[in-house]
Write a protein of this length. Structure first.
Lengths: 435, 496
């Protein structure tokens, strides 16, 4: 409740205008790609997955902001009703980037969830289970903690386990360790091929992301402290998971109230910079020739980083009328990074979906929704794949194993016929780095 | 008048009408409909929310609620435009009309769109931009994209062609209205079952006007036919700046008073003062001194003339004539400060930004502190400067930024004057300050014969209606005719 109280003034900026109901809420005449499966991808398009799914005002962002306000004013008490409403938000942050009053919607939702839990309202059963797993096994999937790096041996990468002298660590994360092993393996192989001297830290624990999101901030802080102790000796920590990267880079400094003792970088940033500098060249693979490739911006590396950067620029600004251009410049450069890699791949055709960059539609996996509300989560992923269909995509790329998982599951379940790959995974699978 | 707080039996009755997925008394869901900002600071959490889809469902709901004396407040969209929370306890039933979102017909031959109440500005704009780009819907300028076309119009809002064509309420042609006594009323030419929606005043004395300007105090509008307008390719924005509101008022009147030609090409004529720019940012993050705004090109006061024309020649002619009027005005005795009158040169990006519709221009005033209120008054055009001077002084006296927006309605026949009160809604003392400002300015305005638009039910409405007793008496009779048990949106407009 204390964190919610701290944000009271920011929360009260919400005037219930509901501009956050729309993607591209400031771009009404944006030319789109026409209609596909009943959705008109032109101008403004409804934005919020949970609002679209459930319809009631409480499932759109503005309604949730007013629930928070009612709680603060004593007009509403925490209850299972409140929990069930606020938990079915993917915390994708689409609402936040539409807001002209810069209401920190995602932080407010997360604080509201924590306040709800600590008021005595239990988590939903599935969230209880992942919380139990992470406390016992250091990962929310229930995987054996001693088998976190089993994939290393199977792929001949043992030399990187706690490698001595390495100044760079690769934080693998739970999803790539227990579920999307392909992402972890591809990332290591590419690092190896590029001659990056890195270590895999065998004692790494869950980054805490799911628990920051669902309100178990006690658990997430314990995990954060363990990771900070483990990684403090490195100069840089690399990531292949958008959620882990976001948690280390955005959440940790917020909670410890100081800067991290190491730099953080996502693998795609590293590769993008190398492509830009001409240090990596790609070759064509005939299997990919002519394929239409599209890119899904993960919320955690896309929009959430933009929101964080924007907030920092605003905090430091003395005259925001002038500094607005700094925000726009940062945004353009940031969202271009993964695209630099994709545009450099010979033979494939890169085609953007309608909703991209900070207006990208979520995959549906975040905010504890995939664990807690899998049907809604997969339907959201299917909506994103519809959007890929609308531009004739053959392949969807992303840069987050969690997005990958949800999109790939929806692809199978709803027969979209669009395989999903991580960018690095595609590069590794099709051997695209030129010698 | 006493009302019943709905109970489980009433909820069951509602579920019986719309199905269990569309009626709820869930306290979190009900709380999420609350709003105390922008258009009014008083609101109650409803006891039941219903999301009907069909007029027949609404008819049954109204008949039931009328019988049980349960208050009903319909909402159709976002602020501004069709978002009206319950005002009295018990909150009663909120009808969330967002599921009624069909664009039924765009008839370019008769220049009509037929839509349901939940159709949002963004939705209709995107649809017409794609399918009939040569026409545009009469959406308001500045209202957020999730406000509804119907909601804005029923409140007589300010559309993108209001300065030329008249208030947004005038865009209605025909409507389908469910009234609490259990009828579905068709207005305008729709009163004849065989007629197209081509004539607003229908077959006799017009009932439609009694349903307007009320945010649903008489019935629930379930379908409307509204005018659409050509969307010409040639557009620009011409801005003239000055140091005071009198010069703004009088120069603008010169152009509006032409009535024909250039006055009609100026589809939107709106202006204000430099705090309109300043308060769109956090208070501590922008300079407050006028000198800064002067340096970046803003006059203390200015008027934007948004010009639409069918040809480039017409556009250039209009711009030339506006400039000529301005130059002539500078030389006239009427001009208070000729040296301050100057044309503001806009970058093409600034023009594009001002031409963008729907836009979010009215939203960021919450960013200055934490919340804001639009107070809107209609005055004769030639009174708008006096209104601006009076209101900005009262705001300054109360330590509030003197933000003023003024626009021409129907070629300077009226002015819509909107001070924006930017305040900190986390502080009770700020709420009290806002109410005091409201009282002082309302007292002054009513003496001057100015009319409040979308009146605050506790200050504007009582003060206005106390001066218009006979009108209120007949308004009550009209209300009784449609809504015998006064269940529709009680509290608003002093009704009951």
């Amino acid at each position: 409740m204390e964190r919610l109280e701290v944000m009271k003034k920011e929360l009260y900026r919400c005037i219930h205008c509901k501009a956050c109901k729309f993607t591209y809420s400031g771009d009404p005449s944006r030319d789109g790609v026409g209609e596909h499966k009943g959705v008109l991808y032109e101008g403004m398009v409804p934005s919020c997955p949970s609002g679209l799914e459930y319809g009631w005002e409480s499932f759109w962002n503005a309604g949730r902001m007013w629930i928070a306000r009612c709680i603060l004013e004593g007009d509403l008490e925490f209850s299972e009703n409140v929990r069930d409403t606020i938990m079915q938000c993917i915390t994708c942050g689409m609402c936040e980037v539409q807001c002209e009053n810069k209401v920190p919607c995602v932080d407010i939702i997360e604080s509201l969830r924590a306040a709800c839990y600590f008021s005595g309202v239990p988590l939903i059963e599935k969230h209880e289970l992942v919380s139990k797993f992470v406390v016992e096994r250091n990962n929310p999937y229930g995987g054996d903690k001693d088998k976190r790096f089993e994939w290393v041996k199977e792929n001949g990468l043992e030399e990187y386990l706690d490698k001595k002298g390495a100044k760079i660590a690769y934080y693998v994360g739970c999803t790539a360790s227990y579920r999307q092993i392909n992402i972890a393996v591809a990332t290591c192989k590419i690092f190896k091929r590029l001659g990056i001297d890195f270590a895999l830290v065998t004692k790494e624990v869950c980054c805490g992301s799911p628990f920051f999101r669902i309100g178990r901030t006690d658990i997430s802080q314990d995990l954060m402290n363990t990771n900070l102790e483990l990684f403090k000796k490195y100069e840089m920590v690399l990531f292949s998971c958008a959620g882990c990267y976001r948690t280390f880079t955005v959440d940790y400094p917020k909670w410890i109230k100081k800067e991290l003792p190491f730099k953080t970088n996502h693998a795609f940033e590293l590769i993008s910079d190398m492509v830009k500098d001409g240090k990596i060249k790609f070759k064509e693979n005939p299997e990919l020739r002519g394929k239409v490739v599209t890119y899904h911006d993960p919320c955690h590396t896309g929009r959430h980083f933009f929101i964080d950067a924007q907030r920092k620029i605003i905090d430091e600004s003395k005259n925001l009328i002038f500094d607005l251009r700094k925000i726009n410049k940062w945004k353009e450069e940031w969202f271009e990074k993964p695209r630099i890699i994709i545009r450099a791949l010979p033979g494939v055709k890169f085609k953007e979906m309608y909703r991209i960059h900070e207006n990208s539609f979520c995959c549906g996996a975040g905010g504890g929704v995939r664990a807690g509300y899998p049907d809604f989560s997969l339907k959201t992923a299917s909506l994103r794949l519809d959007e890929a269909e609308a531009v004739g995509a053959d392949i969807m790329l992303t840069e987050c194993p969690f997005c990958w998982r949800n999109l790939d599951d929806a692809n199978t379940m709803f027969n979209h016929g669009i395989p999903v790959y991580g960018i690095l995974e595609l590069i590794d699978k099709y051997d695209l780095i030129a010698d | 008048m006493s009302y019943k707080k709905p109970d489980n039996k009433d909820l069951e009755a509602m579920i019986g009408i719309v199905g269990k997925n569309y009626a709820t008394a869930n306290d979190a869901i009900c709380a999420s409909y609350l709003s105390k900002s922008v258009m009014g600071l008083e609101a109650q959490i409803p006891d039941i929310v219903i999301r009907p889809k069909y007029p027949e469902e609404i008819r049954k709901i109204l008949v039931y609620c009328s019988q049980e004396k349960i208050p009903v407040s319909p909402i159709s969209g976002g602020l501004s435009g069709g978002f009206a929370c319950p005002l009295i306890r018990p909150g009663g039933v909120v009808l969330d009309l967002s599921r009624m979102d069909r664009i039924i017909e765009i008839d370019t031959e008769n220049r009509i769109a037929i839509i349901e109440p939940g159709v949002t500005l963004g939705q209709l704009w995107a649809y017409m931009h794609k399918h009939t780009p040569e026409y545009c819907p009469p959406i308001p300028d500045g209202a957020p994209p999730s406000s509804t076309v119907m909601g804005d119009a029923i409140d007589r809002g300010f559309s993108l062609v209001t300065s030329s064509m008249g208030p947004q309420g005038d865009i209605f042609m025909c409507a389908e209205v469910v009234i609490p006594r259990g009828d579905i009323l068709y207005t305008g030419s729709w009163a004849l079952p065989t007629a197209k929606p081509f004539y607003k005043y229908g077959i006799g004395p017009d009932l439609w006007s009694t349903l307007m300007g009320s945010q649903g105090t008489m019935g629930v509008i379930t379908k409307v036919a509204i005018k659409i307008f050509p969307h010409p390719e040639h557009k620009t924005v011409v801005v003239w700046g000055m140091s005071n509101p009198q010069d703004m008022q009088n120069l603008t009147w010169q152009i509006g008073n032409q009535e024909f030609g250039i006055a009609h090409h100026c589809v939107m004529v709106q202006g204000g003062n430099y705090p309109l720019v300043m308060t769109r940012w956090p208070k501590e993050k922008v300079p407050h001194d006028y000198e800064f705004y002067k340096e970046i090109g803003f006059s203390k006061w200015w008027m934007n003339f948004e010009v639409w024309a069918q040809t480039q020649e017409e556009l250039e002619y209009t711009e030339k004539r506006i400039d000529e009027f301005a130059k002539k005005f500078m030389e006239s005795k009427e001009c208070k400060d000729p040296k301050s009158i100057k044309k503001q040169e806009l970058h093409p990006k600034q023009i594009a930004s001002r031409l963008k519709k729907p836009n979010k221009i009215a939203i960021p005033y919450g960013y200055w502190e934490a919340g804001f209120l639009f107070i809107t008054w209609y005055t004769p055009w030639k009174d708008c400067a006096e209104f601006a001077e009076m209101y900005t002084k009262v705001l300054e006296d109360h330590g509030i930024a003197p933000v003023m927006w003024i626009a021409s309605v129907e070629r300077c026949r009226q002015a819509i004057c909107m001070p924006i009160i930017c305040f900190d809604s986390t502080k009770q003392e700020d709420f009290e300050k806002v109410q005091e400002i409201n009282r002082i300015t309302t007292e002054y305005s009513i003496k001057r014969g100015w009319l409040n638009y979308r009146p605050d039910p506790y200050i504007h409405a009582p003060m206005m209606y106390s001066q218009a007793g006979t009108y209120l008496k007949y308004l009550r009779e009209v209300k009784k005719m449609f809504d015998p048990n006064f269940i529709m949106h009680p509290g608003r407009l002093m009704l009951p």
